[in-house]
Design a protein around this ligand. Structure first.
Ligand SMILES: CCC[C@H]1O[C@@H](n2cnc3c(N)ncnc32)[C@H](O)[C@@H]1O
Length: 483
């Protein structure tokens, strides 16, 4: 399959599909006609797409945790606990790391050992190994819409199985589940593999079943300038729309300055709508998701609740359709169900207190929206030019040249030349642009903001600011002031 920005024909899709379903024995149980019938038999209350659209219409922010354990019964118990005790509005199934690397043999062992040990020895739910029947038990035993959340460069088989089982949303994308998650998987490969997933969703849509797609907004979750994550989100949105995806949630990871975070969500939604319209995708149902702080967390649980609540309020004030919830065990590891539920309750408390409130506009907010949109436009214009009108080709070339450049990404295909740092009010700025094609005016604007911090701190604008910022929140502040 040659990479190009074009909707796959059914023949192209079904030809690759034969190979995909051979990836593990459970692939043979996927029957698309049966799956369509099953989805149509589900109550509307199980539809991710519908719940998101309703939330957007009524202007509320939904709360969704992450959660996943090895064995089906424990996973069901966990999800129902998060629903009943946590008050979750939407449910995940966070997939384990072996599945994310397509190491299904290891999952098999992990399942056996978890049964012996009586507890989960995998860090998530091994959906491929459980197969359609196993995943369907989860769908049948829970009462909220379900989404698979993972970090899988090649999620073709995983998506086939879990969507056929009745999951109605799938997270990820050819950039956002490669560059922050893999070391040496080419962009061509993951862009094609995620075109497959999007074409599968397009096939469900064409047969009357709406499946939500959610590119992974935060990327490395470490000081990613909002315009870089918004550019990636819009690109993955365009890639999905071309394959027939209709219900799309674009995401953003909290950076910490409230005005910038609200501006980022507003800019993301507005600019994505502009690009969908401009390129002829007029029937996209677009929603947004705000990820609570994705960086280092304090170990102290009371402080962790402070970070969680702060993220909840930013999501509400930004008017995001959904907020992804953290837990007070974030600094430790996979949370207990009790800690996970507590994170959701804290979040829902804040969402309820702020219901109906949105951050009103101000010169500072308008300026930040303008800056983010202008920076994003510089990046997207260049991607389009590099691809000579083909977004997919443009993405590959943009990474080769560092036009798209995600800070602290492990991928060897990521230039890693651009460096961010916070300005004196904590907004994330471009400290070194690398080859990110910002206009001179925008480069100067970023530098001027950083100079204000330098003056305040009595030190030059330096990479040390970046390092100090990376550790700051874990140490209890937003900006990494010199000691
Ligand atoms: C982008 C994903 C990182 C976040 O994903 C959480 N995460 C990972 N695996 C699980 C799991 N099995 N249950 C609950 N949360 C989980 C981490 O804590 C982190 O916040």
């Amino acid at each position: 399959m040659k990479l190009r920005f074009k909707k796959w024909t059914e023949e192209e899709f079904f030809q690759m599909r034969e190979e995909v379903l051979k990836g593990w024995p459970t692939g043979k149980d996927v029957d698309l006609e049966e799956a369509i019938k099953y989805h149509k038999s589900l109550p509307e209350s199980k539809s991710f797409s519908k719940k998101l659209i309703d939330a957007k219409k009524s202007g509320i922010t939904l709360a969704q945790p992450r959660a996943g354990v090895a064995l089906i019964d424990q996973h069901i118990e966990l999800l129902n606990f998060l629903d009943k005790e946590g008050g979750a509005d939407l449910l995940p199934s966070t997939i384990d790391s072996y599945t994310r690397q397509n190491k299904y043999e290891n999952c098999e062992k992990g399942i056996e050992e978890s049964i012996k040990a009586g507890r989960s020895l995998l860090n998530g739910f091994p959906g491929v190994n459980h197969g359609v029947a196993g995943c369907r038990k989860v769908v049948e035993a829970t009462s909220l819409p379900l989404q698979l959340r993972h970090g899988t460069p090649d999620a073709r088989l995983l998506s086939e199985i879990m969507i056929a089982a009745g999951f109605t949303s799938d997270e990820g994308g050819g950039i956002s589940y490669n560059v922050p998650y893999a070391k040496s998987v080419s962009l061509e490969k993951t862009l094609i593999d995620w075109q497959y997933v999007d074409r599968l969703v397009g096939w469900y849509e064409e047969h009357g079943v709406s499946i939500n797609r959610e590119p992974f907004g935060p990327l490395t979750g470490t000081l990613v300038p909002p315009s870089m994550s918004n550019a990636v989100g819009i690109l993955e949105g365009l890639m999905a729309a071309e394959q027939g995806v209709k219900n799309l949630t674009l995401g953003y990871g909290q950076c910490g300055n409230l005005i910038q975070d609200v501006a980022a969500i507003r800019a993301l939604e507005e600019q994505a709508e502009e690009y969908f319209k401009k390129f002829g995708y007029n029937d996209i149902q677009l929603t947004t998701v705000f990820h609570q702080w994705m960086g280092g967390f304090p170990e102290d649980e009371a402080k962790a609740f402070g970070v969680i609540s702060n993220g909840a309020s930013a999501a509400a004030l930004a008017g995001a359709t959904k907020v992804i919830v953290k837990t007070p065990h974030e600094a430790i590891g996979v949370p207990t169900k009790e800690a996970n539920a507590a994170g959701i309750r804290a979040t829902k408390m804040v969402l309820n207190l702020l219901k109906g409130q949105k951050l009103s506009t101000s010169p500072e907010l308008e300026k930040e929206i303008e800056i983010i949109k202008a920076e994003t436009k510089c990046i997207l214009d260049k991607v389009y030019e590099l691809g000579n009108g083909d977004w997919a080709i443009g993405i590959v070339k943009a990474f080769e040249q560092g036009v798209l450049d995600v800070p602290f990404a492990p991928s060897i295909y990521n230039a890693g030349k651009m460096m961010p740092a916070r300005d004196n009010v904590g907004k994330v700025r471009y400290l070194a642009v690398g080859n990110v094609p910002l206009s001179k005016e925008l480069v100067d604007y970023n530098m001027a903001q950083l100079e204000e911090r330098a003056k305040f701190e009595g030190r030059p604008v330096t990479f040390q600011m970046t390092v100090d910022d990376i550790f700051a929140v874990g140490k209890g502040t937003l900006i990494g002031r010199p000691e």
